[in-house]
Ligand binder design. Structure first.
Ligand code: UDP
Ligand code: MG
Length: 312
């Protein structure tokens, strides 16, 4: 079985040499155990890094043919970089495992993923057994994210990031999902095929800083929800209906009061309703606008990434 590892890298010069060393050892033991063939490769995708990441990938490739590099024309973000890697290599191998360049995802789980593949599973999700090593903030926001996604009706595997094995057949199927607003975690379950999970302990970054600051995390979560679910729009419709029903009730109530000759100036009530309704309407327009923006981007069918070099 030909196994490829795909790792998106953005400004990872501090971790790459160590990552390469660890992955080489891993690939060698897998090969010795007869689980993977010697055509297996490790592919680094340079996502428009501003540091020496690409130079390091080039020199790794020169010294050792185990390593390959894909260079994107510019920074396109983790999801696009990962997809670029998967789509570029999918026809050259039997299965691909995607992971982060910082090896926070324990590479010990690779063995088990390969075993599952050999047993006939086409998608193997890496699932974190605990989040002890994460900061309290990251842990709680992530937990909230998964709960919220579920509430929004998006099918995601709990505590699964982008550490997974996919067979080339599953990748071929994934290539037909042509959406521009990419949220791989939500798409892979839609691809289907026989799938299973493998648990692992998530470690700390051994060098370098996280490339996912709060701003990127929030926009990723928002992207995930709006690209996978139309529930927010539905909720707004329901909210609109409720508010409308309430206003009819209030109308009836005021007519009765008027008939009874008990009308009061009621300025407060009016002012509050105007503001409340105005707010709800703005919110509704905003969410609807968000989806229209998505449609706008999808209709343009822009390429999600542009490969400028493939070292093989
Ligand atoms: N990454 C990328 N493009 C970006 C940001 C991040 O390819 O614009 C890569 C990064 O190099 C790493 C992976 O995505 O391999 C996950 O990033 P990071 O470890 O910083 O995120 P965290 O583990 O903190 O969520
Ligand atoms: Mg990380």
């Amino acid at each position: 079985m030909i196994l490829y590892l795909v790792l998106p890298c953005y400004n990872e010069e501090e971790v790459l040499p160590e990552t390469a060393k660890r992955l080489k050892e891993k690939m060698e033991t897998l090969e010795e155990a007869g689980k993977i063939s010697k055509e297996s490769r490790v592919v680094f995708v340079n996502d428009g890094s501003k540091d020496r990441t690409w130079e390091i990938i080039e020199s790794l490739h020169e010294r050792d043919k185990l390593f390959r590099g894909i260079c994107l024309s510019r920074n396109r973000g983790h999801q696009n970089a990962l997809l670029a890697g998967l789509m570029t290599v999918r026809e050259e191998c039997d299965a691909v495992i995607s992971m982060d360049a910082d090896l926070q995802d324990d590479i010990g789980a690779v063995d088990e993923m390969v075993d599952r593949y050999l047993e006939g599973y086409e998608v193997v999700y890496g699932v974190r057994s605990s989040r002890k090593k994460d900061t309290f903030f990251k842990r709680s926001t992530a937990q909230f994210f998964y709960r919220f996604m579920k509430m929004m009706g998006v099918e995601v595997v709990y505590n699964h990031a982008d550490y997974r094995l996919m067979s080339s057949r599953a990748l071929e199927a994934l290539s037909h999902f042509e959406e521009v607003n990419l949220f791989l975690r939500g798409l892979v379950p839609l691809v289907g095929f026989k799938s299973t999970t493998v648990t692992y302990e998530r470690g700390e970054r051994f060098a370098g800083k996280s490339k996912y600051p709060l701003r990127k995390m929030l926009s990723f979560a928002f992207e995930g929800i709006t690209s996978m679910s139309v529930k927010p729009i539905r909720w707004i419709t329901i909210l609109g209906l409720l508010v409308f029903t309430a206003s009819i009730g209030i109308l009836i109530y005021s007519i009765i009061r008027y008939a009874m000759g008990q009308t009061i100036p009621g300025w407060t009530f009016l002012a509050v309703s105007i503001w409340a309704l105005g707010g709800i309407q703005l919110l509704a327009v905003g969410v609807i606008g968000e989806y229209i923006g998505k449609i706008y981007l999808e209709t343009k069918k822009r390429p999600k990434y542009i490969v400028s070099a493939y070292l093989k």
